[in-house]
Design a binder for this molecule. Structure first.
Ligand code: AMP
Ligand code: MG
Length: 644
C-alpha cells in the first residue's frame, strides 16, 4: 500500500479484470480440497472429493427380470403356437432372496419370481403369460426362448472396480441410488468451505427492523450468504457492522480464524468508510492483492489473501456486489468447493437502442428479454448500480468489453442468462409505468399468465410497439395543439385500448402556506415568486414532463433539473424536504401523506397494433381491465376507469 503526501491511503490502483483474476489466483495458490466422509442421508448436494469405484457387482448374481419360469433355451428351440413344448417343473419356487438348490435339468423348468436368482442349468426365463399349466407339475410353452432372455447378468449394471461416479459430481437422488445399490453407506464428500459474510456501513439496519432517517436495509449480507450457498459454500452471515475500525478489525480477525474465506461488502469507496482495506493490511500476509478493478459496476472491488485464505471486499451497491461476486469470487469459491465452473447459458439478442458504456472498463448491463419479429430483443433494465429490483426483472446480462464505448442500436449481443431457460413472457407491456397497471397485470398473473412490464416512458413504449417488441404500450401523452390525449400520437396500424384517468397535480407538504388552500395557478405563482421554493422535475419523455413544461411556460424554477424517473420519487423528494413541490398523480400523493392540488386529469391508455388486437393474450388483458373486480381495485387506488 502506498501513502499519498497528505497521509491518505492511495485509493484504487485500477487493474483490468483479467489482471485482477490472475493476481488473485497467484496469491491464493493451488486449492486443496478437504475430504470428509459423509453418510448417505446427509450426502444430498455434497460434492464428491474422489472417484467412487463399485466395491462389488450389481446385481451380485444372475437374476430373473420377470415372473415366469427358468428354462434351458435349447429345450424350446422348436416351440411355437401350434407346436407347444411340455416341461416338467423342478418343484422349487425361486422367490427373491432365496438361493435355488435344485438344478434345471433338460426338459425341466423352475418357477421364478422377478429378482430371483437363476438356478444352475437354466439360461433363459419365459414369462408366465407365455405358458399354460398342465396339471400340478408340468407346463406347456408356446414360444421359443433366446439364450439369456429376461436374465439380468451379475455385474451388468455395475461391475466390481468400475468407476461409478467421478470426483466433482454433485450428489443428487440418482447418485444416492447408485451408491446405495452397491452398498456404500458413506461417501467421500468435499468439506464445503465455510465462508463468513459481513456487511459494513453505519447506515445499515437488519431486515425486519424499522429504518431511521438516512438508513437502509442490509441487502448484501443475506444476499451474498445465499449466493455463497448457491456456489457450494457454507455461508455464515455475521451481521452488519458500523464503520468503526477497532470493531471491524476484531470481527474480521475472529471471522477469519473460524472460516476458510471472508467476504465483506461496503466501505470500499473513498471516504470515511474506506477502512476495511487498512485493516486487511494488518490481517495477514500478503494482504491486499488488488484494490480497484476496471469493471462496471464493481470498480472498488478489493481482493486480499491473508495467510492463505481469500478475503474479499465487495462494493457496497447490491448489484455491484452481486456482479463482482459472480464474476470474480464465485469461480474461486467453486474451486474450493470442488465444483466445476458454472456452465454459461447464453442466447443471442438484439439491442433496441444504443447502449453507452465507459471506455476502459468491462461493463455489465442487465437485460430483460422479449420476443421481437426477428428473434429476441434485450432491453437494458438499467436502474443504476443501486437497484436491486433490476435483478428480479432481468433475464441475464450483456458484457461490454473494456475497449468499447458503446454498443450500437440493433447490435446483436450475447446474453448470459441468470437461469438456464429463457422465459419469454406471454404478454409484454413496454411504456409508461403506473401503479394501477400492477392491479391489471396482477389479475392476469393470477390466471397463470406471465407478464413482463418494462418502464421506458410513453414515447419509448410507442417506439417499441412500432418495432413489434411489445403487445401493449401504456401511454399518457397530451397533444398541446389539440388538447387531446394519446390518439394524436398513434401511427399507422396502431389503435388505443382505453385505460383509466388519473389526476395529476401539485404536491406539497401539508401546512405549507405557499400552497395550502390555493388553486393550481395561485399555488404556481406563489412557488415561482419565492426564490427559496425548490421544485422537483421529471425526466424527458415522461408524460408528466410535458404537463410540467406546459404549466411553467418556459420558466425554469430552482430544482427543475432534478429529474427523477417516477411519480413515487417526486413524492419522496417533497415528503423528505429535498424539494417543496412537484407534479405527481393523486394516488401517489395520498400514499405519501402529501397535500395535493389538482391540475389536469390525464388519460392513461394502451396503444396496440390493430393487427394483433384479436390475439388471445390481448383479449385476456382486455377482459381483466374490464372486469368489475379490477375496476373496483383501480377506483380504490384513486384511478377512474375509462368508459368503454
Ligand atoms: P460503500 O462501498 O460503503 O461506500 O457503499 C456504497 C453504497 O452501497 C452506499 O449507498 C451504501 O449505502 C450501499 N451499501 C453498502 N452496503 C450495503 C448493504 N449491505 N446493503 C445495501 N446497500 C449497501
Ligand atoms: Mg459504507
Amino acid at each position: 500500500m502506498t501513502t499519498s503526501p497528505n497521509g491518505q491511503d492511495q485509493f484504487l490502483r485500477v487493474v483490468s479484470r483479467e489482471e485482477a483474476i490472475r493476481l488473485f489466483d497467484a496469491a491464493l495458490g493451488p486449492v486443496r480440497l478437504v475430504a470428509e466422509p459423509r453418510a448417505l442421508d446427509r450426502a444430498l448436494g455434497a460434492v464428491l472429493a474422489a472417484d467412487v469405484l463399485a466395491p462389488g457387482d450389481v446385481p451380485p448374481f444372475d437374476r430373473s427380470g420377470v415372473d415366469g419360469f427358468a428354462v434351458r433355451s435349447a429345450d424350446l428351440a422348436g416351440a411355437g403356437p401350434s407346436s407347444p413344448v411340455t416341461l416338467t417343473l423342478t418343484g422349487e419356487e425361486i422367490a427373491c432372496g432365496h438361493s435355488p438348490v435344485l438344478p434345471v435339468l433338460p426338459g425341466h423348468a423352475a418357477l421364478i419370481a422377478t429378482g430371483g436368482p437363476i438356478p444352475r442349468g437354466a439360461d433363459a426365463v419365459v414369462m408366465v403369460e407365455h405358458t399354460d399349466p398342465l396339471g400340478p407339475d408340468r407346463i406347456e410353452v408356446r414360444r421359443a426362448a433366446l439364450p439369456g432372455q429376461f436374465i439380468g447378468w451379475a455385474g451388468s449394471d455395475m461391475a466390481r472396480g468400475e468407476t461409478l461416479l467421478r470426483k466433482g459430481t454433485v450428489i443428487g437422488a440418482r447418485e444416492i441410488g447408485m451408491l446405495a445399490a452397491c452398498g456404500l453407506a458413506m461417501v467421500p464428500a468435499v468439506r464445503p468451505p465455510r465462508v463468513a459474510v459481513l456487511s459494513t456501513g453505519d447506515e445499515l439496519v437488519a431486515p425486519g427492523s424499522p429504518l431511521g432517517p438516512g438508513q437502509i436495509h442490509d441487502t448484501n449480507g443475506p444476499m451474498i450468504a445465499a449466493a455463497v450457498q448457491e456456489n457450494g459454500g457454507l455461508g455464515q452471515f455475521l451481521g452488519a457492522l458500523p464503520d468503526d475500525e477497532p470493531m471491524l478489525a476484531a470481527a474480521m480477525r475472529a471471522a477469519l480464524a473460524d472460516c476458510d474465506m471472508l467476504i465483506l461488502s461496503g466501505g470500499t469507496s473513498k471516504g470515511a468508510g474506506d477502512l476495511t482495506h487498512r485493516i486487511l493490511a494488518r490481517l495477514g500476509a500478503p494482504g491486499v492483492v488488488v484494490h480497484g478493478v476496471a469493471l462496471k459496476p464493481g470498480k472498488p472491488l478489493c481482493l486480499a489473501v491473508c495467510e492463505g485464505k481469500p478475503v474479499v471486499v465487495l462494493p457496497g451497491f447490491p448489484t455491484s456486489a452481486m456482479f463482482t461476486f459472480h464474476d470474480i469470487v464465485a469461480p474461486v469459491l467453486r474451486r474450493m468447493a470442488g465444483l466445476p465452473a458454472r456452465a454459461e447459458h447464453r442466447v443471442e439478442a438484439d439491442l433496441p437502442a444504443r447502449l453507452p458504456s465507459e471506455l476502459g472498463r468491462t461493463e455489465f448491463a442487465m437485460v430483460s428479454l422479449v420476443a421481437g419479429p426477428d428473434g429476441l430483443v434485450a432491453y437494458p433494465t438499467g436502474k443504476g448500480s443501486g437497484a436491486v429490483t433490476s435483478f428480479a426483472q432481468a433475464d441475464g446480462f450483456v458484457r461490454i468489453e473494456a475497449l468499447a464505448d458503446h454498443l450500437p442500436q440493433g447490435a446483436r449481443v450475447g446474453v448470459d442468462l441468470f437461469t438456464p431457460a429463457v422465459r419469454v413472457p406471454d404478454l409484454v407491456i413496454i411504456g409508461s409505468h403506473c401503479v394501477g397497471l400492477d392491479l391489471v397485470t396482477g389479475a392476469l398473473v393470477a390466471q397463470g399468465l406471465s407478464v413482463r412490464t418494462i418502464a421506458v416512458g410513453s414515447m419509448g413504449g410507442l417506439q417499441a410497439l412500432a418495432r413489434g417488441e411489445c403487445d401493449l404500450a401504456p401511454i399518457h401523452l397530451l397533444d398541446p395543439g389539440t388538447g387531446r390525449f394519446n390518439t394524436p400520437f398513434l401511427t399507422q396500424g396502431q389503435m388505443l385500448m382505453p385505460g383509466w384517468r388519473r389526476m395529476q397535480g401539485i404536491v406539497y407538504r401539508p401546512g405549507d402556506a405557499r400552497f395550502q388552500g390555493k388553486d393550481s395557478s395561485a399555488a404556481l405563482a406563489a412557488a415561482l415568486a419565492d426564490p427559496d421554493c425548490l421544485m422537483v422535475g421529471r425526466n424527458q419523455g415522461a408524460g408528466t414532463r410535458i404537463l410540467i413544461d406546459q404549466l411553467l411556460a418556459g420558466q425554469r424554477p430552482a430544482g427543475y433539473w432534478n429529474q427523477p424517473r417516477s411519480h413515487t420519487a417526486v413524492a419522496a423528494a417533497v415528503a423528505q424536504g429535498r424539494a417543496d413541490w412537484g407534479l405527481t398523480i393523486a394516488p401517489v400523493a395520498a400514499a405519501n401523506g402529501l397535500g395535493f392540488i389538482p391540475v389536469a386529469e390525464e388519460h392513461y391508455d394502451f396503444a396496440l397494433n390493430a393487427a394483433r388486437a384479436p390475439s388471445a393474450m390481448l383479449g385476456a388483458f382486455r377482459d381483466a381491465l374490464g372486469s368489475a373486480e379490477v375496476a373496483a381495485r383501480l377506483q380504490a387506488a384513486g384511478f377512474q376507469p375509462a368508459s368503454r
